[in-house]
Design a protein around this ligand. Structure first.
Ligand code: NAD
Length: 509
């Protein structure tokens, strides 16, 4: 890792096949959220660096070999990247853990999932037919629909799953034959820089992969509005997503937005009828809300539980939440790391304060841990927090907190459960817990969310589309639709026996 962090200190803008310093010469210290101390330095790019990277990606798309490279070769390169990720799993997992504050095990799992994304898109393009022949109704017409790369893609990613979110964009963009400029979150850029190095090692042609590290309002905004960018794919918060869509509109580029969520976890009493069922539902509610300190777009941050089991459920949930071991993600036995930044922790604190002011009842947490609990670390820790007696008008129930805060609401009937679960401007993910398979399927069918889990929470599959209804975004990542985002459909209509049509009489006499 020393090599990588030293390299990043020198140059973190990659454009046209070369690592460069920022045009301004500026740099940024990357903080370890477990102790709030800098542990790496990267170039702090701005609009000029975005300009340079887009020009290189444009050149590589318009004049380079990648868009025309046979699909089998593109797929083989993606598989080599997956192999390199496996080779560097430990180093990258550790880097992700330090950068984003997640546990080392979560960091490792992230890298496995990144490798899976590269393999999935390699397999998907390799298995495809080269085009779809359309029956034009005449033997004299040959009509085929083919798919071509969109062009230069701007890929903007968040800090919670830095490399995973980047891979859901980079792997399909490359599989489809595009060139790209990625802009990772300014606070967690390190593994994305490392991935660019792996792409080069795997043999990606010069200029196909670009990266600019730096802030959203400069680098990201310039990429979104740039006339030479054909597509912008953004993952992040709602406010930034709207700005990206607005910046992209005048150039009518393709826009894909993967935004936030306020995800319901609906628990029916029948799921808790046996000791085993109760234990599983509580355990998974804990996992849904608190993994990665709740900094997950699909976090089950709204527990919607049937009134008859609420008291018992919340008491057990709070008991277990209080026992979650906080600390540096790489330390033995630690189950939850810190929040990613001081700013994020302050935001969480403000939401908890507003909830209490609006009448929520604190079942556990609600404060920074005592120093003894996370010793020797002094980073941005916050206790897992359960807020009972919440209702749908509360700010903490309506807005995405993005921290270890679980709100509890109750229902009496199936209709009421569905009404509450759908009462959000978002629509990313949700779950229903029930021992009654018919009820579970019925409720799942009525939920207006992009992913619905029945008796589970959080798993996703690279083969299945991921994305949101409502303000959780537009477009989909993963699955066949996640590849389609990076393609233009082209209809090639060939007349095998051309003749004059004589619509216009002029010139025939
Ligand atoms: P954010 O919106 O602050 O930043 C995301 C990225 O956008 C960063 O790279 C940032 O620099 C950039 N950015 C910010 N302003 C911009 C602008 N005006 N123009 C262009 N780029 C800009 O989000 P975050 O705090 O990094 O991430 C957390 C958010 O991401 C949460 O809302 C979470 O739900 C969402 N998220 C969604 C998914 C999903 O799959 N739907 C996955 C992960 C995270």
């Amino acid at each position: 890792m020393a090599d990588r962090t030293e390299r990043q200190a020198q140059a973190t803008v990659h454009a046209g096949g070369a690592w460069l310093e920022a045009v301004s010469g500026a740099t940024r210290e990357i903080l370890d959220p477990a102790d709030a101390r800098p542990f790496a330095v990267v170039a702090e790019g701005d609009e000029k660096d975005a300009e340079r990277a887009v020009a290189a990606a444009r050149q590589a798309f318009d004049h380079g070999p990648w868009p025309h490279t046979p699909v089998a070769e593109r797929a083989a390169l993606l598989r080599r990247v997956a192999d390199l990720l496996v080779r560097d799993r430990e180093e990258l997992g550790l880097l992700e853990s330090r950068d984003a504050g997640k546990t080392l095990e979560e960091g490792r799992i992230d890298i496995d999932c990144v490798a899976d994304a590269f393999r999935y898109f390699a397999d998907l393009v390799a298995a495809e037919a080269p085009g779809r022949v359309v029956d034009a109704g005449s033997p004299d017409i040959h009509s085929v629909v083919v798919h071509e790369p969109v062009g230069v893609c701007a890929l903007i990613t968040p800090w919670n799953y830095p490399l995973l979110q980047a891979s859901w964009k980079i792997a399909p963009a490359l599989a489809a034959g595009n060139t790209f400029v990625v802009k990772p979150s300014e606070i967690t850029p390190l593994t994305t820089v490392a991935l660019i190095e792996l792409l080069i090692e795997a043999g990606l042609p010069e200029g196909v992969a670009g990266i600019v590290t730096g802030p959203g309002h400069t680098v990201g905004a310039r990429l979104a509005e740039h006339p030479d960018v054909d597509l912008v794919s953004f993952t992040g918060g709602l406010v930034s997503g709207v700005k990206v869509a607005q910046a992209a509109a005048p150039t009518v580029k393709k826009v894909a937005l993967e935004l936030g969520g306020k995800n319901p976890n609906v628990v029916f009493a029948d799921a808790c009828a046996t000791d085993e069922g109760f234990d599983t539902a509580v355990d998974q509610a804990l996992n849904a809300a608190f993994i990665h300190s709740g900094q997950v777009c699909s976090a089950g941050a709204r527990l919607i539980v049937e009134e008859s089991v609420k008291d018992r459920f919340v008491a057990e949930l709070a008991r277990r939440a209080q026992r979650i071991r906080l600390g540096r993600g790489t330390a033995d036995g630690v189950e939850c790391g810190p929040l990613v930044s001081a700013q994020q922790r302050e935001k969480v604190e403000a939401y908890v304060a507003s909830a209490l002011a609006e009448g929520a009842v604190l079942a556990c947490g609600g404060k920074r841990p005592a120093p003894a609990e996370t010793r020797p670390e002094s980073g941005y820790f916050y206790e897992p927090t359960v807020l009972d007696a919440c209702h749908r008008e509360m700010k903490v129930v309506r807005e995405e907190v993005f921290g270890p805060v679980l709100t509890v609401e109750t229902f009496r009937t199936e209709d009421e459960a569905v009404l509450l679960a759908n009462d959000t401007e978002y629509g990313l993910a949700g779950a229903v817990w029930s021992a009654d398979a018919g009820r579970a399927r019925r409720v799942a069918g009525r939920l207006r969310h992009g992913t619905v889990w029945i008796n589970d929470f959080h798993p996703y599959l690279p083969q299945a589309e991921w994305g949101g209804f409502g303000k959780s975004g537009t477009g989909r990542e993963l699955g066949p639709a996640g590849l389609a985002e990076y393609r233009e459909a082209k209809h090639v209509y060939q007349n095998l026996a051309p003749k004059p049509v004589r619509w216009f009489a002029g010139g025939t006499d």
